[in-house]
Write a protein that binds this ligand. Sequence first.
Ligand code: ADP
Ligand code: MG
Length: 242
Amino acid sequence: MSAIVLNGVRKSFGANEVLRGIDLTIEPGEVVCVIGPSGSGKSTLLRCVNLLETPTAGTVHVGGVDVTDPDCDIDAVRRRIGMVFQQFNLFGHLSVRDNLTIAQRRVLGRSKASAVEVARANLARVGLSEKAGAYPAQLSGGQQQRVAIARALSMDPELMLFDEPTSALDPELVGEVLAVMRGLADEGMTMLVVTHEMAFAREVSSRVVFLDGGVVAEQGPPAQIFGAPKEARTAAFLKRVL
Ligand code: ADP
Ligand code: MG
């Protein structure tokens, strides 16, 4: 069963049609990077997957469940999806450990002991074992984003959505976050990643989707998209950003 299937997805904000018929299928274990100009609808596309935005038309299936069906239990679906944003959105008044355990306890009903153990394992996964007792303000941006990733992983997601996870970081901190994401990809995590990091898209993704003007203008293996784009607008975009 496919991890994500978007079928004819459209999204308008008032008169502004931002997504104009998106067909996109992502299989389990795929790492799909979405690239494209600012305003092309990348964030909106990502947000339609977990219904942070409701499509105006079309359907979205996650793990076989039609999330656009009004009868869908969207909270149950969201529990299976980890999302990491540009802004880390950590709880500033909570320690790193508590940031990782609060949703496990409240949403999944885990005991304190098991939530703490899962938090410990996921902090190790992102290389921050020694920061469990720290507060977000004591961490660098790169460390905070790795905590945000560990927090999402602590919910045992079936797939992860990333929306420009390194765009708010100082350049010297980008690499440590990309390294964590690369590790997840190597472990076989299904990932949909909006990114401006073309080297990451090129090296880590199984497929690159170029979004332009609310449509998938082109998609393919990274070697093809970066090496021999078929569409003139893909080539023009890559020329601007590379
Ligand atoms: P990208 O992530 O590719 O930069 P977005 O999906 O954020 O693009 O936005 C695409 C377009 O949709 C932009 O013109 C933006 O202003 C508009 N848009 C996004 N979210 C909203 C919203 N909640 N209300 C109104 N317009 C929005
Ligand atoms: Mg965006």
